[in-house]
Design a protein around this ligand. Structure first.
Ligand SMILES: Cc1cc2nc3c(=O)[nH]c(=O)nc-3n(C[C@H](O)[C@H](O)[C@H](O)COP(=O)(O)OP(=O)(O)OC[C@H]3O[C@@H](n4cnc5c(N)ncnc54)[C@H](O)[C@@H]3O)c2cc1C
Length: 478
């Protein structure tokens, strides 16, 4: 290693590793420093409960991973990453007692599951975008104004017009509760009220990803994503130091650029940037439970048993109330909206024969210190009676435990930043270059930046571009 590195990356989550790989592939010398003993951040796999049960403590389903333009440009398969597709990407039980809504790879099957009165409206909503994921993702997952001209200007404009609306407006196009519940549940991935501007964009993104790419899990667990990135980094000459929590810039070796896969608050503290991100806000927290089960989840409806992800939120009203409680009212919901995943139905090697791992989380206020276990299990039992009888062990993580596991989850906010006001679209703050900071050699690449949370590496990709432009420019020469 030269005495001065080109780039030092702080944090080995998907974004830090992506930035490191892309810069190393361009010939820069790169070193990564990670606080935990293993790489991965929010894409890791651990035996959290019993021996032989391999849980994903954070990400489990990867529509954004398989759809990521950054990952698509990397030979991750050669480094062990294999996507496993469930039969149905996502299904959602309904309050009306009818069959679940099914988010299928097929727009037609999905539309049919919404009922005759809304099938046409769903097809019309998705039609301009289906088959166009690659162009659209390349445009909207980069920073639009830094990537002009867009590859698909018309599609991007149509997507922008529909996506900028709150999902509470978008669902008015539908007459029945089923379609409304589907879109509300998809938008709820960002843990903000349904009236949040641009929440339609989240719902459309997840629906389109299901139709064009699927919602796969990584064979063996999400750690495979991180291990593949780390393997590629090593092949490109980069190094990773684990068990190294960076507290001050002086802890790090001299480098021409420092790229932080951390929260903005931690970056400001470590790099001495004072109150640079004082207006940055964190959002509602998650309450996560990883289960070891003696059998598959006994969902009442067979479609739910065939889905990789099950959204437990039986109507848009129920989902809206849960989100409002957690993010506005400051209380834990009685009926939390749950995102659940059952990876071992499709990837059985992660648990002893016949046994299963199961993953579920709901939303609670930031920093909340209560126990949501009872409410979460009541929600599951509503649609899977007998679930509790199958529980062999559970690993419970409320906001404090989530923040202890990963400093980026401030107060348990797994999105590393609220979806509120201007911050919804301009993360971490309005700026021509959102990855640059007040220090010319310091950059931010975590999910606190555009395009936000998810295992897709696009914040790292966009930040890497900003770094190499700086290093190649007059200020970086030398
Ligand atoms: C419960 C849960 C469920 C989720 N489900 C999904 C899902 O199904 N699909 C999906 O796509 N996404 C999911 N996510 C979100 C996804 O995991 C994150 O958005 C993603 O990991 C963000 O990547 P990142 O690289 O920005 O940060 P992170 O993955 O958080 O990585 C940051 C890394 O930086 C390290 N670090 C922080 N501070 C320091 C320091 N001072 N010194 C050294 N190292 C430091 C941390 O230890 C960590 O390894 C989930 C997250 C959680 C918690």
């Amino acid at each position: 290693m030269p005495s001065i590195r080109d780039v030092v990356v702080v944090g080995a989550g998907p974004n830090g590793l992506t930035a490191a790989v892309e810069l190393a592939r361009r010939g820069f010398s790169v070193e990564v420093f990670e606080a935990r003993e293993t790489v991965g951040g929010g894409a890791r796999t651990e035996e959290l409960t019993l021996p032989g049960f391999r849980h994903d403590p954070c990400s489990a389903a990867h529509p954004m991973g398989i759809g990521s333009p950054a990952f698509a440009a990397m030979p991750l398969r050669a480094h062990g990453l294999e996507w496993v597709h469930p039969e149905i990407p996502m299904a959602q039980p309904m309050a009306d007692g009818g069959p679940p809504v099914v988010l299928s790879r097929s727009v037609g099957v999905t539309a049919a599951s919404l009922g005759a009165r809304d099938a046409g409206a769903y097809r019309r909503l998705m039609e301009p975008f289906t088959g166009r994921w690659d162009t659209l993702a390349a445009d909207f997952l980069s920073v639009p104004w830094r990537s002009l001209p867009p590859r698909g200007p018309v599609t991007l404009a149509r997507f922008g017009l529909a996506g900028v609306q709150p999902v509470s407006w978008l669902i008015r196009r539908f007459r029945d509760t089923r379609a409304r519940a589907l879109l509300a549940g998809l938008a709820a991935h960002v843990m903000a009220p349904l009236s949040t501007p641009a929440s339609s964009g989240i719902a459309l993104t997840f629906a389109l990803a299901a139709h064009d790419k699927g919602w796969p899990v990584a064979r063996g667990g999400s750690q495979a994503v991180s291990d593949a990135l780390a393997g590629l980094l090593a092949e490109c000459g980069g190094t990773v130091h684990t068990g190294f929590e960076v507290k001050r810039l002086d802890d790090l070796p001299p480098a021409r650029a420092y790229v932080f896969d951390t929260s903005p608050t931690a970056l400001a503290r470590i790099a001495g940037l004072g109150r640079a991100f004082r207006n940055f806000r964190y959002g509602a927290a998650s309450f996560k439970i990883d289960y070891a089960l003696s059998g598959p989840v006994p969902w009442r409806d067979p479609d739910l048993r065939r889905a990789g992800t099950v959204h437990v939120g039986a109507s848009a009203e129920e989902i809206g109330t849960a989100l409002h409680d957690a993010s506005i009212a400051g209380r834990a919901p009685d009926r939390p909206f749950l995102i659940t995943c059952q990876p071992t139905v499709f990837d059985p090697g992660r648990a002893p024969e016949g046994k299963h791992v199961f993953w579920a989380y709901g939303h609670v206020p930031n920093g909340w210190d209560g126990d949501l276990t009872g409410a979460i299990e009541r929600q599951i039992e509503r649609f899977a009676p007998g679930f509790r009888d199958l529980v062999l062990a559970r690993a419970v993580a409320g906001p404090a435990e989530l923040a202890r596991r990963n400093a980026n989850y401030v107060g348990g906010d797994i999105a590393c930043g609220a979806y509120r006001g201007l911050q919804t679209l301009f993360r971490p703050r309005p700026a021509w270059n959102p990855y640059a900071t007040g220090h010319p050699a310091v950059f931010l690449c975590s999910s606190a930046t555009w395009p936000g949370p998810g295992v897709h590496g696009m914040s790292g990709h966009n930040a890497a571009r900003a770094v190499w432009q700086r290093l190649r420019g007059p200020l970086g020469a030398g």
